[in-house]
Design a protein around this ligand. Structure first.
Ligand code: NAP
Length: 450
């Protein structure tokens, strides 16, 4: 039987979960609590990534001090080892191949290219040097090749983080963790050097709403309280939650998760210590402008309850207010939501074209959220697979020949395994999980090494 041939764009969690569902493991797939076979024909999957590396945000997004969140890559490694899986790294869709090429070559295409840009504050000074999207800062410390030369100035004592999500807490932690804790991780070497010389002593995290509405999750908030040598300070506007006062509506929430969050914050507000560094959680506060002439030197603030204005000095402002998807040339894009237009994963008006992950539903959810998301997309694809079957697609060998012609230094899965082994070997003498290559030339050299 002719295999169903599917291209997946993006080798992050969304793409790899989709590949895993298509190249279903021997046990099948859990659907409604039962293990069933979703796929009843041979499938071939080619995963494309513009970088020479695998695993997307697991490699370039998950904080280096959270190695347990990277364990999922062993699941992806098993998927990548299945018959029918191929990787074409260092190939950019929209540059080396077009969406139209993929639609012509494959029976179906799944875009899983995430959210590669940022929401904006829309305030004066946002573009000053020293104002950095948290996404970029995260990519910088995780060794993403595009961000290794990012201008990160840690020569001032205070940094401000705008936003109250888990990304905000990730970056606040990385800025305050003792360097010894980072030295054992896979953080990029350039970031380690910069953080070692850091003079940042205080990180102020700004939430525009109250603590009950904060987007960060409880384990991440509670983890702050266990950081060595870091005080957690709950700043003035929220001191009301230090006491269980009934007039604070958010303290009477019925939601157990909110109650737990408020209890943690009350606990922080009561604690006193004198650690060398501190994270200040300040709620009901919005930046109205970033101040400075040639670089950020502070933030103008508004208390959203009283309307009061104030200023806070800072040498670095990290904007952690959410990621944003970028359109794929040839696919309909919803500018307002920053997603490819789709109905349950089926791209609007394009037969055989699907989306999964953040480009389908927006930049929300943890890595595991993508498993069900990808399963739903793959189910939608498989439901019409017989109609997608075309006679004019290219077979696996023809696709590879065409790709090698257009992109001679594409990176295959076997070559990625060489990169992976070289990085792990480099980390071993230092007791680190790996030392990442953060330069495309270095990555290609490792891929091509004999
Ligand atoms: P997020 O959870 O959506 O948080 C965005 C934050 O930015 C919210 O607090 C939001 O406040 C605030 N915000 C948005 N626009 C703003 C503005 N104009 N001014 C001030 N604040 C503004 O996004 P994220 O932190 O980027 O995380 C993305 C996803 O990845 C989330 O689902 C997150 O849980 C996940 N993630 C998980 C982990 C982990 O498990 N450890 C780590 C990192 C990321 P409002 O609520 O008021 O809109």
């Amino acid at each position: 039987m002719k295999p169903l041939r599917v291209a997946i764009v993006g080798a992050g969690p969304a793409g790899l979960y989709a590949a895993g569902h298509l190249l279903e493991g021997p046990g099948g797939t859990y659907l409604d609590g039962r293990l069933v076979r979703m796929v009843n024909r041979p499938v071939e999957v080619d995963v494309f990534d513009r970088l020479p590396t695998h695993w997307g945000l697991v490699r370039h997004g998950v904080a280096p001090d959270h190695p347990e969140k990277k364990l999922v890559q062993t699941v992806f490694e098993q998927v990548a080892a299945r018959r029918g899986f191929r990787f074409f790294g260092n190939v950019e869709v929209g540059r080396h191949v077009s969406a139209a090429d993929l639609s012509r070559w494959y029976d179906a295409v799944i875009y899983a290219n995430g959210a590669a840009s940022d929401a904006t504050l829309g305030i004066d000074g946002e573009d000053l040097p020293g104002s950095v999207a948290a996404r970029e800062f995260v990519a910088w410390y995780n060794g993403h090749p595009d961000y290794r030369d990012l201008d990160i100035d840690l020569s001032h004592e205070r940094a401000v983080v705008v936003g109250n999500g888990n990304v905000a807490l990730d970056v606040a932690r990385i800025l305050t963790l003792p360097i010894a804790a980072l030295e054992r991780t896979d953080i990029a070497d350039h970031a380690l050097r910069t953080l070692r010389a850091s003079r940042v002593r205080e990180v102020v995290v700004l939430g525009r709403r109250g603590p009950a509405e904060a987007a960060f999750s409880n384990p991440e908030l509670e983890e702050l309280g266990r950081l060595p040598s870091v005080d957690i300070v709950v700043a003035e506007p929220v001191v009301v939650v230090a006491e269980p006062v009934v007039e604070e509506p958010s303290t009477t929430s019925d939601d157990p998760a909110v109650r737990r969050k408020l209890a943690t914050l009350r606990n922080y507000a009561r604690r006193t210590s004198n650690a060398p560094k501190r994270i200040v959680l300040r709620f009901h506060t919005s930046p109205t402008a970033l101040l400075g002439d040639s670089r950020v030197r502070g933030v103008a603030l508004r208390d959203n309850r009283t309307g009061e204005h104030s200023e806070l000095g800072a040498g670095l402002v990290l904007r952690a207010i959410g990621y944003r998807g970028i359109g794929v040339p040839g696919l309909p894009f919803d500018e307002q939501r920053g997603i490819v237009e789709n109905v349950d994963g089926r791209v609007t008006g394009m037969v055989g074209t699907y989306v999964t992950g953040w480009i389908k539903r927006g930049p929300r959810g943890i890595i595991g959220t993508n498993k069900k998301c990808a399963r739903d997309t793959v189910r939608a694809l498989l439901a019409v697979a017989d109609h997608l079957d075309r006679s004019d697609t290219l077979d696996a060998a023809a696709v590879e020949a065409e790709l090698r012609h257009r992109r001679p230094d594409l990176v295959t899965h076997e070559q990625w395994l060489r990169i992976d082994a070289a990085e792990r070997a480099a980390g071993r003498p230092q007791g680190r999980p790996r030392i990442k290559f953060s330069d495309v030339e270095e990555l290609l050299a490792a891929a091509q090494a004999r």
